[in-house]
Design a binder for this molecule. Sequence first.
Ligand code: SF4
Ligand code: SF4
Ligand code: SF4
Length: 264
Amino acid sequence: MKMEDKKRRDFIKQIAGLGVLGIAATAGIYFAPKLKADEAILRPPGAVEEDAFLDLCIKCGQCLQVCPYDSIFLEGVKGGASMGMAYIDPTKRGCYLCEAFPCILACPTGALDHESDTIDKVHMGMAVIVNENACLALKKENVPSKAIDKIYDHTKILSKKEHREHKVIMRGDESEKEELQKKLLQKLENFRDKSCTICADLCPFTPNPQDAIGMVSKNGGLIPQIREACVGCGACVELCPTQVLKVVPNATYEDIYGKGKQNG
Ligand code: SF4
Ligand code: SF4
Ligand code: SF4
């Protein structure tokens, strides 16, 4: 392994432990100019390399308008040079890897590359376990109701009644967007006050989520294991009831876990 690669890998492991904000604070100093602070931002699927993205994104918001999950935000003033550009904050809403990647197709400039519109070409980052001891599956604890309720706040499509009562009502005349978001909440409801395997069961990677994440035995309980196919969509980060996971933007499996190694 080249020294530069090793340094990058060690660095990514270090920032994975610090969390996403830590990446931004540290990366610019330690790795400049190769790994800049703004590379720590999770971009929508299909995003070109960060420098090119900064040149190409015209802040039009087309991608977020077509996103059925409301996963994309535009950076605020704190974004500095990239203010107004598209990003994903998986603590608020992950990306659900729509089959046809409407966000990519909607991008008029190629900031989201139209050639990267299938799952095998999308790579946003890599999930990492940052707070193993909080994992409910490891502790053999049930998912608290309030953790499921919290995800209702992440969606804008619910009626006041549905939101207030944390109940999904299917009317039969939903738009595709409403239907998708309601179906996600219905899947999540299966875990209310039950044992947790949310991250592995609701990972949207296709065709086989188990290629991206699975549950493995540990200390008499279970713990998620991140696998090579993970694309860093952040759905598991959003849905985990106890903030066990993070996504390191742009990182590869090898960056985090090393070649051929298993985690978990
Ligand atoms: S793939 Fe779908 S959920 Fe993900 S950002 Fe694009 S439109 Fe939104
Ligand atoms: S494990 Fe699945 S849900 Fe989590 S970031 Fe990877 S692909 Fe997305
Ligand atoms: S979502 Fe996954 S990581 Fe989070 S508590 Fe449940 S099993 Fe553990």
